[in-house]
Design a protein around this ligand. Sequence first.
Ligand SMILES: *[C@@H]1O[C@H](CO)[C@@H](O)[C@H](O)[C@H]1NC(C)=O
Ligand SMILES: *[C@@H]1O[C@H](CO)[C@@H](O)[C@H](O)[C@H]1NC(C)=O
Ligand SMILES: *[C@@H]1O[C@H](CO)[C@@H](O)[C@H](O)[C@H]1NC(C)=O
Length: 258
Amino acid sequence: MTSAVLFFFLFLVCASAEHKCQHPPSEWCSSWEIAKECQVEKQCLDYYSLKDLKRDNEDNVRVELYYESLCMGCRKFLALQLYPTFLMLHDIMNVTLVPYGNAQEKNVSGKWEFECQHGPEECYGNTIEACLIHLLNEDNVYFPVIDCMEMSENVTGSLRPCLEALYPDLPVKTVLDCVNGDLGNKLMHANAQRTQALDPPHQYVPWIVINGKHDDSLQTRAQSALFRLVCELYKGPKPVACAGKDVTPLKRDSLCLN
Ligand SMILES: *[C@@H]1O[C@H](CO)[C@@H](O)[C@H](O)[C@H]1NC(C)=O
Ligand SMILES: *[C@@H]1O[C@H](CO)[C@@H](O)[C@H](O)[C@H]1NC(C)=O
Ligand SMILES: *[C@@H]1O[C@H](CO)[C@@H](O)[C@H](O)[C@H]1NC(C)=O
């Protein structure tokens, strides 16, 4: 049944990609290079997920990212490591995004005001993303939208195209009402508190916390090969994706967003 579903997906998708795909269907999900060549990455993810349904998510590896919306290093980590790893391993990892980073807050007559490292536009971007997380609630819904924004040249300017392409059910206006209202302010304050409570305190961004822990070695490994780190730290039965040879997160230019 699982294979039948897979091949049905693959057939539909590859009908349009056969000119590029040099492999028979039975090999399409055997490596990410082939999946990418045959343009079936998403279908392979579904396939892996179907096989992994019985896993107990109490064992999930917890990955927290403290970041700010316009920092290049954060955008790179999010787009090249965290999101591709999440796509492949979401069954065994819980991701928490905390947009705030090196911002500062102060209480100006009862309302929180924020100052961001890369200026007001970054505060705006952070608040948009905090509102998306709050309003969309599920990581597999808000993460694609945030990834889409962070990979765009203009992060804040891409809210509308990204949301309309990926989650048209949520009107842009609802997000902007959150951003410009008390809710956005509260969400940013919560992110400020969460960031200020880090132990050890963050010294830079992206600041990565794995299973509640941050140290230089975890940070370095997460930034260079998060996929392997998550597979290795996961204590339950390893998902199929972890067993793949040379599985590394896809380069973004090979993740096709149409
Ligand atoms: C991961 O998230 C799921 C769903 O929210 C939750 O049930 C599970 O306890 C979490 N796992 C860990 C290790 O935090
Ligand atoms: C913020 O400032 C107002 C007065 O300016 C004060 O009443 C309130 O308690 C302060 N809130 C916090 C959390 O410090
Ligand atoms: C992004 O686009 C908005 C308009 O949508 C503009 O106000 C802003 O200056 C742009 N930011 C950058 C960094 O180009």
